[in-house]
Design a protein around this ligand. Structure first.
Ligand code: ADP
Ligand code: MG
Length: 477
């Protein structure tokens, strides 16, 4: 029989291990800022890669012409075409197609992956119809959104540092992903030039900036998690090239690999990490992103079953299956207002094949979901405040600023509105997660400063952003 005392003990212990009081969040913010500095100083200076994006100009609105984008970054990939009409006409036309990547392609061969992508792109190009037109003599051009850690070597080249989010194709690591794509496009007879290689966060930033000049930061909370922001070029010691005319450069943080001794990590997280395809890596991502939240919950439920006979004498076999519980199920459970917790009943039955449960058990399961989501959201919020602090937009610079001139300068900076473009299925579809995140930002920087910060859902901005960056780096227009 279920040992309620033991079960409550497991949940309480887990809650304690996951707790994110303000004091702890502040330490994480400070760690984030320190790591950002270290990663900007030299390559390898920090777990935070702080990748130079080679994007030193964000969209202005003047971009014009037909451009394609291809977004590879998670479970789905998307191809997109946009007809840009300049300042007046803006986005005149757009079309996209979404394709899910067969799991075996994610862990298969390099050539198969890129051939799969190029083939889908070929069929999409073949369907180009009315409303899309190239200038005479213009070759089709593409912005390649590739959301894995890449060591960027120019605006349209970069080598893969490692796969994440369940992709594992050893051959690709160290290769220039643009060359790989260009080669596969050649094999598939797609006549197209890759004009820009962009991380999805950079695409989201570009897409956001096209709409609003106040966008300074972009954050993805989807299958994985990452962030980028606009940095002053003279604050990037490891940048050896000439200072760009704009004076700034977008930095792709690769924040998924952030780690800190202050992260509230539990033995459940350690076990998830040990069983993952990339152990000891992407620790921050494994606590905050959509790929993992569901599995953290599953692992706690497994513990309840194994150690407190939560579902009877035997552990239901499907509780043992990694990733069987998905984050959308967690958010559905979390959103359920029904008095008898129908969503929990549904998830237990459909996902785990568990037919009976009591209300007391279901309440406990909701609790576990709440603990995991709250922790993830608050950590993501701390990460965002770290970035705001690094660029002096957190409202905190007045306090430690002595000089009068600097004082008024800081005050002016602070009054500026700062928009953080947010994208990703987790952020978009999980209202409780959004609330917890926002709440942590307000707690960290204070209510007044938070009025100048807007977290704005920038849905699918990264695809449009990639076409905009292809346009601004075109060889033809
Ligand atoms: P990707 O990150 O793969 O590019 P998305 O940004 O669309 O794609 O994010 C998809 C992820 O978002 C899913 O893996 C899932 O973890 C999360 N997600 C999707 N729907 C929901 C939902 N209803 N509630 C919570 N998370 C969700
Ligand atoms: Mg994505």
């Amino acid at each position: 029989r279920t040992s309620w005392k033991r079960a409550q003990c497991i949940v309480d212990e887990f809650r304690g291990g996951c707790s994110t009081p303000l004091s702890r969040l502040r330490q994480i913010v400070d760690n984030m800022v320190v790591e950002m500095h270290a990663g900007l100083a030299i390559d390898g200076g920090s777990k935070l890669k702080m990748v130079l994006s080679y994007v030193d100009n964000l969209p202005t609105g003047n971009e014009e012409g037909l451009f394609y984008a291809l977004d590879l970054g998670g479970t789905n990939f998307r191809v997109l075409r946009v007809q840009l009409g300049g300042k007046e006409k803006r986005i005149m036309n757009q079309e996209y197609k979404e394709v899910s990547i067969p799991p075996k392609v994610m862990v298969g061969s390099n050539e198969d992956l890129f051939d799969f992508i190029a083939t889908e792109l070929a069929s999409f190009v073949a369907s180009e119809g009315e409303g899309f037109y190239l200038l005479p003599g213009q070759q089709r051009e593409l912005g390649f959104t590739f959301s894995f850690p890449v060591k960027q070597t120019s605006i349209n080249s970069g080598t893969l540092m490692k796969w994440t989010k369940g992709f594992a194709i050893a051959e690709t690591v160290g290769k220039d992903v643009v060359e790989e794509l260009q080669g596969a496009m050649h094999r598939s007879n797609v006549d197209m030039r890759v004009a820009a290689l962009v991380n999805d966060t950079v695409g989201t930033l570009a897409g956001g900036r096209y709409e609003d000049d106040d966008v300074m930061v972009a954050v993805i909370l989807g299958t994985g998690s990452n962030a980028c922001y606009v940095e002053r070029a003279d604050a990037i010691p490891k940048w050896r090239g000439p200072l760009p005319a704009s004076g700034s450069m977008v930095i792709n943080m690769e924040w998924g690999s952030f780690t800190s001794a202050h992260l509230p990590k539990t033995e459940v997280d350690d076990a998830l990490d040990a069983d993952s395809v990339n152990p000891c890596d992407q620790i921050f991502e494994k606590m905050i992103s959509g790929m993992y939240l569901g599995d953290i919950v599953r692992r706690v439920l497994w513990k309840l079953a194994a150690e407190a006979a939560f579902f009877g004498g035997k552990v239901p076999s499907r509780l043992e299956v990694p990733f069987i519980l998905r984050t959308p199920d967690v958010s559905a459970i979390h959103a359920d207002q029904s008095p008898d917790l129908k969503e929990v009943i549904r998830v237990l039955r459909v996902v785990f094949g568990i037919q009976s449960s009591t209300l007391q058990m279901r309440k406990m399961i909701v609790d576990v979901c709440d603990i995991v989501a709250e922790r993830g959201a608050r950590l993501a919020g701390a990460g965002i405040v770290g970035i705001l602090k690094k660029i002096g937009r957190d409202g905190g610079s007045l306090a430690n600023n002595g000089g009068l001139e600097n004082h008024s300068y800081a005050a002016a900076e602070e009054r500026k509105k700062t928009v953080v473009a947010m994208d990703g299925g987790l952020y978009e579809h999980y209202p409780k997660f959004r609330e917890y995140l926002k709440q942590s930002v307000v707690e960290l920087i204070g209510k007044e400063a938070a009025e100048h910060i807007e977290l704005r859902l920038s849905k699918d901005g990264s695809g449009i952003g990639a076409t905009l960056l292809a346009a601004s780096h075109s060889s033809f227009v």
